[in-house]
Write a protein that binds this ligand. Structure first.
Ligand code: CA
Length: 681
């Protein structure tokens, strides 16, 4: 029902043309991210050009999938801002700023991003980074209601798009790296009142039942899969931060559950138990939230292997029988086909060279893990690590080709036991040592690090569970995909190119340099007989913030919404953005202070300013900060929050003034090393 068809023009005047909307996150409830529109096709896609673009007011990450309803594009930008634009011209109709406090930025692992809005009955629904769910009038942008969905004293954030069905809007949250307890909630679309809540992991047993829809299954099944005496202090994790899908055919709601908190199963649950519902797909009744079934992809999760990646629904012939299935390609590198009526596992095969498990045992439905994959004896190098073989970037499915198009990647990760795990409220709590593996320093190390990072557009045959074709990228952390009735698959990439491939063969047919990395999936819509393809572009998000930027920091323009059509002739402005110079201090700090500062930087700063201070430039490379050479300026920013409105909150509650100085000592030494490397004598 959601991809509605209607006649757009008076019948008498012209040839009737079918308009096509994109009115829910994945195109339809089934979230195949397939548009049947075929005006833009394999024959003419070479004539595709930019129709118009809209530039946002921020250079932070852009992860939204826009909606197109009745000639209006609704999209969200960083800091949870909502925009309504004329889908023909790009004219701004209204915008809404929920005024997320800048200090909230420090509660998120992966930038102040937002992956989109939901539409129903003339209302737009969106989550805000600080945990609110808001409803806006679709015509005017006026706030209709706002509900706080989280305990604001805890490091919860919302970055995912809500979904809406049957008079309810469904929303989860994030925060499992910091230590929270995951859940999903349903709110009435009419007034924002809570209809039900389902917790994904148990709470403190001393507190008794939650009074939530999950109470029965907690008691009967979930609690017995947890051990140890602190998991409720650590939160347990299991946040529902992205995928939520409503099944129109079976009236069921599915959601993907995130990683454990802390990551390390030995720290979290004394190394005992499967820890339901971490890294699982869970099905509930959308009206009541009552449990229906689950399938746990990674029992006793210990690698940050979330199951939050996009869920796609389809009907496929399996062993000669039409089955209503759920398709899933999570971080752990296996492609799963489940019977969505019952949750029965139909097949599971690797779509990436994941070395944590050899295969999934079809008798038990459980993965068969490899030696030392739990890094219990020694550090263990995973070919597929915490970034996942597929992250949040959505995949698509074409019923024409029968293929699933996965933005696949390979990001190795060295798992090491944290020597002495101490729970620290308000900072990363992983139980995995993120500081000991040194960032690449020499040119050789940098080249090796670059070569180890891979990305590809992977066409996967879900019936035969095998690769149909694969197009390698020069980059990793590439954009989501869109399949169309024109025989095309669209994908943007981290190199800034937006591309169209032949959906059957993978042949590259068209590309356009947008000048900005592209991460989300594109959409397509038809208005007045004209087909458009739209995609959001922008640097930022989790990966570019945290992982070492091998090539050093770069400056990019603000994020944009780009809309293409056949013959489009608009052009993008050129951009010259210079990176600030290195600002090494003159004085030399003691090795001991630098070492302590390094440790503190890893705990509190690296997730935004880059591991080992190797910033990609989305957020400042601190080696280049003007404040680096002034203790007073440094304290003003770090301790007192002078730049709080820009997302740099005050750390005086988490760090002493001397600890903040030690971080400055460490960054100062990094700046001195970088300056020496830049001017060899
Ligand atoms: Ca995670």
């Amino acid at each position: 029902m959601f991809l509605s068809l209607c006649l757009s023009m008076p019948l008498a005047a012209r040839t009737p043309t079918l308009d096509l909307q994109w009115s829910s996150h994945g195109g339809t409830y089934a979230e195949q991210r397939y548009s049947p529109a075929g005006q833009i096709n394999t024959d003419n896609v070479g004539k595709l050009g930019l129709s118009w673009f809209f530039e946002f007011d921020t250079a932070r990450g852009q992860e939204a999938t826009p909606l197109m309803v009745d000639g209006v594009i609704y999209t969200t930008s960083a800091w949870s801002k909502v925009f309504a634009l004329d889908a023909r011209s790009g004219k701004l109709l209204w915008s809404y700023d929920p005024e997320v406090p800048g200090a909230a930025a420090a509660k998120g692992c992966c930038d102040v991003v937002n992956r989109g809005a939901a539409y129903a009955d003339g209302k737009i629904f969106a989550g805000t980074f600080d945990g609110r769910l808001i409803a806006l009038h679709a015509k005017t942008g006026k706030l209709l209601w706002s509900t706080m969905t989280v305990d604001s004293s805890k490091p919860y954030t919302i970055t995912g798009a809500p979904r809406v069905a049957r008079g309810k809007v469904f929303i989860g949250n994030g925060g499992a790296e910091y230590g929270v307890r995951g859940y999903i909630s349903a709110y009435n679309t009419s007034d924002g009142a809570l209809a039900w809540r389902f917790y994904t992991v148990p709470g403190n047993p001393d507190d008794g039942p939650d009074g939530a829809a999950s109470d029965t299954i907690m008691r009967e099944l979930v609690e017995n899969t947890w051990s140890g005496d602190k998991y409720w202090v650590y939160g347990g994790g299991g946040t529902v931060w992205d995928s939520i899908v409503y099944d129109e055919e079976l009236n069921q709601l599915y959601f993907g559950v995130g990683n454990g908190s802390p990551w390390n199963h030995r720290e979290r649950s004394a190394g005992q138990g499967d820890n339901l519902f971490l890294s699982s797909i869970v099905a509930v009744d959308p009206d009541t939230g009552n449990y229906l079934w689950h399938y746990q992809e990674t029992p006793a999760e210990t690698w940050d292997f979330t199951a939050t990646q996009q869920i796609t629904l389809a009907t496929l012939p399996v062993a000669g029988k039409q089955r209503q299935v759920l398709l899933h390609a999570p971080k752990n590198g296996f492609f799963y086909v489940l019977d969505r009526r019952s949750g029965e596992l139909l097949s599971a095969e690797k779509f990436a060279p994941a070395n944590w498990a050899s295969h999934v045992d079809m008798e038990t439905g459980r993965p068969v893990e490899t030696e030392n994959a739990r890094f219990e004896k020694a550090p263990w190098l995973a070919t597929i690590g915490a970034s996942g073989a597929h992250n949040w970037h959505p995949m698509s499915y074409s019923p024409d080709t029968g293929l699933v198009y996965i933005p696949a990647q390979q990001v190795p990760f060295l798992y090491m036991e944290e020597e002495k795990f101490v729970y620290r409220p308000g900072s990363w709590n992983l139980g995995v040592d993120m500081m000991s593996a040194p960032p690449p320093e020499s040119e050789e190390e940098k080249a090796a690090a670059k070569a180890a990072l891979q990305g590809s557009l992977l066409a996967w045959d879900p019936i035969n569970q095998r690769e149909a074709w694969r197009i390698p990228h020069q980059t990793t952390w590439n954009g989501g995909t869109l399949a169309t009735g024109g025989g095309l698959v669209f994908q943007g990439a981290a190199d800034g190119y937006f591309r169209a491939h032949d959906a059957a063969s993978g042949t590259l047919l068209w590309q356009y340099d947008t000048g900005l990395p592209i991460q989300p999936g594109a959409i397509s819509y038809v208005l007045d007989g004209e087909q458009y393809v739209a995609v959001m572009s922008g640097n930022g998000g989790g990966f570019p913030l945290t992982l070492p930027a091998v090539d050093g920091p770069k400056r990019f323009p603000n994020g944009r919404l780009l809309v293409f059509n056949l013959g489009g002739g608009a052009t993008l402005p050129s951009f010259e953005g210079a990176v600030a110079h290195l600002n090494p201090p003159e004085r030399q700090a003691s090795a001991e202070r630098v070492a302590q500062g390094k440790n503190l930087f890893g705990l509190h700063c690296a997730q935004c300013h880059g591991v080992g201070t190797m910033s990609a430039g989305v957020l400042p490379d601190l080696k280049r900060s003007a404040a680096l050479t002034s203790s007073a300026a440094w304290q003003m920013i770090v301790a007192q929050g002078k730049l709080e409105s820009r997302g740099m909150g005050a750390f005086s509650q988490l760090l002493s003034l001397d600890e903040i100085e030690m971080i400055r000592d460490y960054v100062g030494e990094r700046a001195q090393l970088a300056a020496r490397a830049a001017t060899p004598d």
